[in-house]
Design a protein around this ligand. Sequence first.
Ligand code: C5P
Length: 235
Amino acid sequence: MEKKEKLYEGKAKIVYATDEKDKVIVYFKDEATAFNAQKKDVIEGKGILNNKISSLFFQLLEKNNIPTHFIKQLSDREMLTYHVKIIPIEVVVRNIATGSIVKRLGISEKTEFNPPLIEFYLKNDALGDPIICYEHIIALNLTTDEDIKIIKDLALRVNKVLREFVEKANIILVDFKLEFGKKEDGTIVVADEISPDTCRFWDKETGERMDKDRFRLNLGDLTKYYEEVLKRIEK
Ligand code: C5P
């Protein structure tokens, strides 16, 4: 597998072409951003941890027959994935209220959502990823009604598998963000990453935050907690 030209650079990852048209290499950087990149830092080792944790989670999903873009982990910071066309919607699944929903809707912190709540956001940094609804997705032609049904079903299945898995590691899956992509044959797969940068994880015993809220809320020790997540899920 030969690494070719850079195709795309985002806030936390770089995507490179390979000598196979349908496959790309995703490189995980140490950059941390929050609040639509208004807060920025470099946290040494974060990229390595997110690559490892994401690789484990993608393998877990594959084992549970949930299609993903993941092929294999290549190195500390790199994974090989299918080259997909990203659907420009960020899908958030919430089990417990915290973060933006508490501010936006005045819901009490830690309110439980049963069934889990699914939200859509427009993937657009310049606009600050605004929240959108089903009708916006159709009106803006972001994807089809049929695709949304598949995406919702996959998002809920990911929630169930991940939630039960981390629960065994004494971790509460509070909420997370997914991105979906289309493979050349039209299959919709879970793409991007699944890591403590994109999920909220709370320690079941102590309630401590084990995710990017350590950076967002200036709690410190981010890599220590990401390492702890990795240690618990590797078992
Ligand atoms: O900020 P908010 O409460 O809406 O975040 C919900 C979940 O989605 C969190 O787990 C957060 O880490 C994730 N998220 C993300 N990327 C964004 C927005 C939210 O990974 N652009």
